[in-house]
Ligand binder design. Structure first.
Ligand code: PLP
Ligand code: COI
Length: 341
């Protein structure tokens, strides 16, 4: 494989794992080389979006060890999403074991340390039984899929341009915004497609209730740097990002002040650095952020953060997190879980 040219796209690997919850228990985990699945055309996942998923990465370290980054957090978030959907989810232990197993079965696809790429794991839980009425599915299928990946957009730490979608929402007040359900991504597609057609790489949403505060990007959380502060939105319509939570801890550890609070749009002009954070995007700096009355409008207010490269504080946080992930420095928080080979 040409590891250096990997992007965030799907590559077929050796195996995927799956198990079904039926009659009150999980079936033995199956390892399949075929990445197609058979399910009833009436499965709840297909009609009523009874689906939730996770994203986490496995890294080949400098010392040759293989590490997962905070898999228990993903397991707990999947259980929370499943609870919202009213469906059965695997235990934390089962989730983590399956993640380890899929990595071991797909070591051929785990990028080498030097590539700074990783193996992305996509645990996915779907409503499986045929149904016509709207109800939580009684049977679920849990899969752990994987694919080697590089940077989500461009190259590592390459800045991107973004736009605020004032006239679109990815989440409703009191809805699914803080859960990792597929429907949230469906909701983001219209605005994302318009933004892409205008040359933007990502969309930033405002809080859906008042449209006055910053919420998050279509596939990542928002953070900003002002002076010595790491600032990130407090909102119940955003996904509780495991990367963001880790960056908050990293920022404190590195002597920065952490502010988790509402961020009015007007504050954008006061930030020195702005970035996306998440598993797929890691830290991706924002070069400029455009605010328009509507996404379709020609009128633009532009906030510029970097022309090229990455701001110094974002870079420091990026280095800290990725150095832990690739086993280059001690992990003072015990975030990584080794996959014993
Ligand atoms: N927000 C959204 C909408 C996402 O899709 C993701 C990706 O998982 C994140 C934030 C970042 O979350 P995490 O850091 O747990 O990957
Ligand atoms: C992740 O960062 O793991 C995500 O799930 C984002 C994804 C929608 C690409």
């Amino acid at each position: 494989m040409d590891w250096k040219s990997l992007t965030f796209s799907y590559t077929k690997t050796n195996t995927m794992l799956c198990t079904y919850f039926r009659n009150g228990a999980w079936t033995p985990v199956e390892s399949r080389t075929d990445d197609t699945i058979a399910l009833s055309a009436f499965a709840g996942a297909l009609h009523y979006s009874i689906e939730c998923f996770e994203g986490l990465k496995a890294f080949r370290g400098k010392d040759g060890k293989v590490r997962l980054f905070r898999p228990e957090e993903n397991a707990m978030r999947l259980r929370r999403s499943a609870e919202f959907l009213g469906i059965e989810a695997p235990s934390v232990e089962m989730f983590v074991e399956m993640c380890k197993q899929v990595v071991k079965e797909n070591l051929d696809f785990l990028p080498p340390y030097e590539s700074r790429a990783s193996l992305y794991l996509r645990p996915t839980l779907i409503g499986f039984n045929p149904q016509l009425g709207v109800a939580s599915s009684s049977e679920t299928m849990f899969m752990v899929l994987c694919s080697p990946v590089g940077a989500y957009t461009g190259g590592n730490l390459e800045p991107i341009n973004c736009v605020i979608a004032r006239n679109y929402d990815r989440a409703a007040p009191n809805g699914t915004g803080s859960h990792k359900v597929g429907g949230n991504y469906a909701c983001s597609l219209r605005s994302l497609n318009i933004a892409h057609s205008q040359g933007y790489k990502a969309v930033l949403y405002l809080d859906p209730s008042t449209k006055k505060m910053i919420d998050e990007f279509n596939s990542s959380n928002f953070f900003a740097i002002k002076g010595n502060s790491y600032i990130t939105p407090l909102s119940d319509t955003i996904l509780p990002s495991i990367t963001n939570k880790s960056l908050e801890d990293a920022a404190s550890y590195l002597g920065m002040t952490v502010e988790r609070r509402q961020i009015p749009v007007e504050e954008l002009s006061t930030f020195e650095e702005v970035g996306e954070c998440g598993t797929a995007v890691v830290i991706t700096p924002v070069s400029h952020l455009d605010d328009k009355p509507t996404l379709e409008s020609e009128e633009v207010t532009r906030y510029t953060y970097v022309e090229e490269g990455c701001g110094p504080k974002s870079q420091r946080l990026y280095d800290f997190i990725t150095n832990i992930q690739y086993g280059e420095i001690e992990d003072p928080f015990g975030w990584t879980v080794e996959v014993e080979l």
